[in-house]
Each structure stands twice: as C-alpha cells, then as structure tokens.
Design a protein around this ligand. Structure first.
Ligand code: UD1
Ligand code: UDP
Length: 372
C-alpha cells in the first residue's frame, strides 16, 4: 500500500517516528513535511535523533496566521497528492498541518487515517480542538490512544457514518511507543545538559509553555512566569526550554524573569526525556509533556483549566492549576509536601508500546477496496 504521511510540527515528528518505522516494513511511505516548524531545534533535530527518513517533500509554508498557513498548505498539498495518488493519507494529532491533510484527502477522495483520534478538550476556542473535530469527522480510520478517545468519538456518532465507512480502533499511544523506544538511548545520551546547567536529579522543576491561550494573553503569560520565578527562588531551580512562540511574546512584552528561571533554547527529544525523567516536578501546558510526565511517573501541574488527557488527572499524577500565580505556587508547594504525591505508579492506560506496529497491521489488513 502507498501511504502518504503528513507532518509539520514538533510533536508530529515524535509521533510519526514509531509509526513510520512499522509502516515501512510492509508499505511504501511518502513523507511530506509541511514546513510549519522549521528551526533546526524544532524540526531537524528530531529527524536525526529519531532516525526519521528525510521527507520526500517539504512544502516550506513557514509561519503565519491560521488562514495563511493552512491555505498555503492546501494549495501546495493538492497537486502533490494528485501526482502521488496514494492509497491512504495519514495525519497526526491536531495542528494546522493535520487540518490541511484532512481537507486535502477529503476533497481528493483519498482514504484518510488519523493517529491520535478522539481527543477532546471540549473548548472550541482552542485552535487544536477545531482541527481535531474536523480531522475526526473526515477520517475513514481513527486510531485512538485511549478508551476515553474511543468514547468521545462514539458519543459524537463518528463511528456510525456509513458514507465514510468510519472505523475506530484503540491502538495505544504512539508517544508511549516513542518513550519506551528511546528511554535507554536518552539515559546514555548523558546528563550532560543537567551538568552544564548545574542541576541535579530530583533537584529542579521543568517547565514548558506554548499554548495560544497562555502566550497570546499577556496577563496569563506574566502570571505564569511570575509563578515559575517564585518557585525557582523559594524552592528549586526551574529549567524552561522556551518555545519560539513564547520567546517572541516574552521579548515583545519585556518579560525578563531573572536568575530563578533557567531559560534555554528548545532541546532535542533525547535531552527532553532526560530533563523530564530527572525532574522533581513538571509544569506545562503541552499535551505531549503531560503524557510523558505520566509515563515517567513525574508529578505534573498543567497550566490550563481542562485537559484532553483526563486519565493523567484521574490518577492523581497531573493537576490542572490554570494560570493564577498563587494557585500554581501553592500546588508546586503541595507536591513537595510529605504524603501529597501519589503512592501508586501511574496505571498503564496508554497501550503497550506497540501502537505503531498495530497501526501498520490494521492498515495492511484493510484493503483499499474497503474504503472506496
Ligand atoms: C503548533 C500547533 C500546536 C502544537 C505546537 C507544538 C497549530 C494551530 N498549533 O503551535 O497545536 O502544540 O505547534 O509545538 O497548528 N516559530 C519559530 N520557528 C519555528 C516554528 C515556529 O520561530 O520553527 C514561531 C513563529 O513565530 C510562529 C510561532 O512560533 O509564528 C508559532 O508557530 P506555529 O506553528 O504557528 O504554532 P505553534 O505555537 O508552534
Ligand atoms: N519537546 C522536546 N523539546 C522541547 C520541548 C518539547 O523535544 O524543548 C518534546 C516533548 O518531549 C514532547 C513534544 O515535544 O514529546 C511535545 O511537543 P509540544 O509541547 O511542542 O506540543 P504539544 O504536545 O503540546 O502539541
């Protein structure tokens, strides 16, 4: 089967790595990078570290507003897909690259498969929620990471659209595959970064912030950075690999948090796994980082009022703390307090680390004729 995969943003490279590895054992894959992320530390480093094959095409759309960015992707994807005539188009997650892939497949009548289907925040102001809802509606094959995701799709009646011949499968989480596959490598990759930052295992908090709701709202961003600075000065150092979006807004707003926060450039995946597994606490608004904290059994505070990864909260390993400084600081203090951390390890709810293989198998079993 000829599968055309579309990726474009940092988390999609990580998700695609285990699936691509499995797919290429029995299918032909054409890899398209939309160019949504383009800095070496947001893109190239993941291809090298995760041994992802070089993309066959790079659409080089770069940054822009939602309309401009998605529109350019559509414009450049359509002739390419028409020329390649794949049997299946494969999309990941919930970015503008996901949306453009879904629309292109639907308009050109190419069967569509969505990896990480069924996630919902139930917050339509969130750009990713719009992308997911559309992608799931248009997909013929929906690969869900969790039981919750399957339930979300069924509640929306997505499994029963005869025109689309929708099929829903709980396959496990491909980001869990990626963690299991790379953890040993990350460990040998050294604690070089830790040492160079003067950090000790269990001796720091790791933070990431990039959601539109937190960066595009000056009050939220100032409040979050103030919390991180307080945590860094009264408790332990905070290391903060800064997403380029956040760095730009911080510069524009003149936010300079001082020495209590170690601001660093975005790091590669192996360095990130190392920073995560050695952290005492993770504070984030990232979907992927919330899950990795859970996989690695590191307590997490999420800088949002809702999450798609509800299992991580239900288990007690993740807490939704919003963006108010005092609430974040108090929650961080709580994690350090005696007896407040969960005693049970995080339940295994994200599959067995073989989601990628399962996806490749399912795609192989379902012949093209099934969809068309
Ligand atoms: C995008 C996704 C988001 C995902 C995130 C992962 C959408 C709507 N959002 O958000 O779901 O969680 O990726 O990181 O698709 N920039 C650079 N260099 C780069 C890439 C971006 O400087 O290589 C800067 C640009 O100023 C750009 C801004 O970051 O305007 C935002 O990038 P964009 O891809 O539009 O959105 P993200 O915030 O990265
Ligand atoms: N990540 C990374 N380096 C960083 C920050 C994040 O490798 O400096 C990885 C992280 O480990 C996770 C993924 O990027 O695998 C999450 O991506 P991001 O937070 O950008 O997006 P989201 O998951 O929120 O869509």
């Amino acid at each position: 089967m000829k599968i055309l995969t579309i990726v474009g943003a940092r988390p999609q490279f990580i998700k695609a790595a285990p699936v691509s590895r499995a797919i290429r054992k029995q299918h032909t894959e054409i890899l398209v990078h939309t160019g949504q992320h383009y800095d070496d530390n947001m893109s190239g480093v993941f291809f090298r570290e995760l041994a992802i094959p070089k993309p066959d095409y790079n659409l080089e759309v770069g940054s822009g507003g939602h309309g401009e960015q998605t529109g350019l992707m559509l414009q450049r994807l359509e002739p390419l897909v028409e020329q390649e005539q794949p049997d299946l188009l494969l999309i990941y997650g919930d970015t503008n690259s996901t949306l453009a892939g879904a629309l292109t497949a639907a308009k050109l009548h190419i069967p569509l498969a969505h990896v990480e289907a069924g996630l919902r925040s139930f917050e339509r102001q969130m750009p990713e929620e719009v992308n997911r809802v559309v992608a799931d509606q248009l997909s013929n094959l929906l690969f869900c990471p969790t039981r919750t995701a399957v339930n979300n799709l069924q509640r929306e009646g997505i499994g029963s659209n005869p025109q689309l011949d929708q099929r829903i499968y709980e396959v496990g989480d491909v980001m869990y595959d990626a963690v299991l596959h790379n953890l040993a490598l990350a460990e040998t990759h050294a604690d070089f970064l830790l040492a160079s930052l003067g950090l000790k295992p269990q001796g720091y908090t790791l933070a990431t912030v990039h959601r539109a709701a937190n960066t595009d709202d000056a009050i939220h961003l100032r409040s979050i950075v103030a919390a991180l600075a307080q945590i860094g000065s009264v408790a332990q150092p905070v290391v903060f690999p800064v997403h380029p979006r956040t760095r730009k807004v911080m510069a524009t707003l003149g936010i300079t948090p001082g020495d209590a926060i170690k601001l660093i450039e975005p790091v590669g995946y192996l360095e990130m796994l190392n920073l995560e597994r050695n952290a005492r606490l993770i504070i984030t608004d990232s979907g992927g980082v919330q899950k990795e904290a859970y996989f690695l059994a590191v307590p997490c505070l999420t800088l949002r009022d809702e999450t798609e990864w509800v299992e991580t909260v239900a288990s007690g390993w993740n807490r939704l703390v919003g963006t108010v400084t005092d609430t974040i600081v108090a929650a961080a203090r709580d994690v350090g307090a005696q007896g407040s951390a969960p005693t049970d390890p995080p339940p295994s709810l994200f599959g067995d680390g073989h989601a990628g293989e399962r996806i490749a198998e399912l795609v192989a079993r379902l012949k093209v004729i099934d969809y068309r």
